[in-house]
Design a protein around this ligand. Structure first.
Ligand SMILES: [Zn+2]
Length: 251
């Protein structure tokens, strides 16, 4: 059964330093970046890509970060509700990686299969001290949840394929979604923060292995070229303003 739709779900905005966005950048100027999740409906399964912030983290973000913006509609449960879904309607959650702005809402999904690369799951439990602040154990230390730890690329259902894109983190993954009308869309996750990372093959400033991160950007570009697909970066405010957002969908 084919893919039926792809919904972009806004999960608010935070401030981030330019030297965190771009490897080698010196400027500590802060910019406002979007945080997003995506919902893929297929004939076989309802699949969520990333879970955004933990709702419990929002008050602190709003208090400590002058560029943070978060409305009631930005809550993941409200975005899902806007397209007629509840957390228990989600069959599969694909986590690009386990940083706090991508895996924060995972505890909402005790019935879903949670898919993450084995290397990411292991690293998140024992990160190097310089990356520890990105991994909140409460987000993924979820006993009794249905974790499926994978290695490398996996076709989940026809038209939805996990692509391993490590570098930003040890087990980062992206998602290729083949839509009947819009064509292939690659949800890059943090393999590409901004369009500039794709166009000029730049690496995130927050990066576990810059060389692998660069190879992963190139890999997504090759797949996009060969399939005629488009790459969606994760945190680009200008790109985000052009995205069709839920309840509308890419078909
Ligand atoms: Zn990240």
């Amino acid at each position: 059964m084919a893919v039926q739709g792809l919904y972009a779900l806004q999960n608010g905005f935070i401030g981030f330093e330019r030297n965190g966005l771009f490897f080698g950048e010196r400027s500590g100027d802060r910019v406002q970046i979007p945080v997003a999740c995506y919902l893929v409906k297929t004939g076989d399964a309802t699949i969520l890509f990333d879970t955004g912030f933990a709702p419990r983290a929002v008050p602190g973000l709003l208090r400590d970060d002058s560029l943070a913006r978060f409305s009631d509609e930005d809550l993941l449960v409200h975005r899902l509700d806007s397209i007629g879904l509840e957390p228990h309607s989600v069959d599969v959650v694909v986590l690009s990686h386990l940083h706090f702005d991508h895996a924060g809402g995972t505890s909402l999904f005790p019935k879903s299969e949670l898919i993450v690369q084995q290397d990411e799951y292991s690293y998140a439990h024992h990160p190097a001290s310089c990356f520890a602040s990105f991994y909140y154990r409460k987000n993924f230390d979820l006993p009794g949840y249905h974790w499926r730890l994978i290695e490398g690329d996996v076709e989940l259902v026809p038209g939805v394929t996990v692509l391993r894109t490590e570098g930003h983190t040890p087990g980062h993954q992206s998602l290729l979604v083949e839509l009947p009308e819009s064509g292939p869309i690659i949800l890059a996750g943090d393999c590409a923060y901004w369009q500039e990372h794709i166009d000029h093959e730049r690496v995130p400033g927050v990066v576990w292995n810059p060389t692998q991160a660069l190879h992963s950007v190139k890999r997504l570009k090759t797949i996009a070229r060969l399939t005629g697909g488009k790459i969606f970066p994760s945190h680009d405010p200008l790109f985000w303003a052009t995205v069709t957002q839920a309840p509308d969908a890419y078909r």
